[in-house]
Structures are given as C-alpha cells and as structure tokens.
Design a protein around this ligand. Sequence first.
Ligand code: 5CA
Length: 160
Amino acid sequence: MNKPLRPSALRVQAALDALGFSFQVMELSDSTRTAFEAAQAVGCNVGQIAKSLIFRGKRTDKPILVIASGANRVDETKLSALVGETVVKAKADFVRQHTGFAIGGVPPVGHTEPLETWIDQDLLQYDVIWAAAGTPRALFQLSPQNLAAMTGGQVVELKA
Ligand code: 5CA
C-alpha cells in the first residue's frame, strides 16, 4: 500500500490527473530537494532531473518558468533574449506566490496561475526524466515529450 501523499504532492497528482496523464507521484524517504539529491534518490543521471526554476521579468514583473536539465545552469542572457526583457532569478516568496509551492518542490504543472514556460532542449536526449511534485521528497517520472505536452513549453537552448 502506498502512503497517502502530503497536500502539496496531492495537488500535483490532481493536476496530472486533470490533464489526463496517468503518472504517479511518489513520495520518497530520501530528500529530493536538489537535482543532485533527486538523482541519487531514484538512481538516475542528474541530467535526467527536470528542475523547475522561476525567473521574474524585470520590466513586467511576470513569472517565467524554466524547466532545465539538472546538469545545467540557465544562461540568464539567453533567457532574456527569448522572453524579450531582462529576467532575474525569482526570490523565494515570489516563487511561492506565483506557483503555490516552495523552492525545492516546485513542479512543472499544477501552479496557481498559468506560467510562460521554456524547456531546456538537453532534456530531450533522455527516454525518461523525473520532475519535482510539490514537496522536497516527491517526484514523478515522465518523458520529455510528455513534459512539453503538459506544460505547452517551448523547447530551447538556454544553458550557460
Ligand atoms: N526537487 C528538486 C529536483 S526537481 C528541485 O526542485 N530542484 S530545483 O533545482 O528545481 O530547485 C532548487 C532551485 O531553487 C535551485 O536550483 C535554485 O535555483 C533555486 N533556489 C534555491 N534557493 C533559492 C533562493 N533562496 N532564492 C531563489 N531561488 C532559490
């Protein structure tokens, strides 16, 4: 028997269900707070961890979601060119306000509002990847194609 999910992980499971996907959110006993820890916990390459990062448009103050390979850093100059304004990394309270989740568990779907989304093309080299699911111990497995479909994100080159 699986243990019941914590409320934040349950919200991600509900979002996946509502989008018509059958992925199962898993809550692990090990931390998945960072991409490195998540990779350790499931025994995959760190590049297979899809980390959901929130940036903020400096002019418009809009939130921007970047889903990057756990192996990569996002080049903010490249991202700014894609977005059409200078972007900066969001502060923790901005992340919570616009996603409904705390840093370390931000998922690719299930946010409090729709987010402009960009996907790191390096994720496309893998058959399966893992994404955060609302808490620093929750993940779900999917394919890069599923990720693009469920977020509507554009696949781009943005690594530093
Ligand atoms: N659950 C894991 C694997 S999916 C996870 O969420 N990893 S993560 O990389 O997407 O989330 C941690 C990220 O949050 C870090 O890469 C970092 O970019 C960001 N972060 C960590 N601390 C802060 C902070 N104080 N302010 C803004 N961003 C932060």
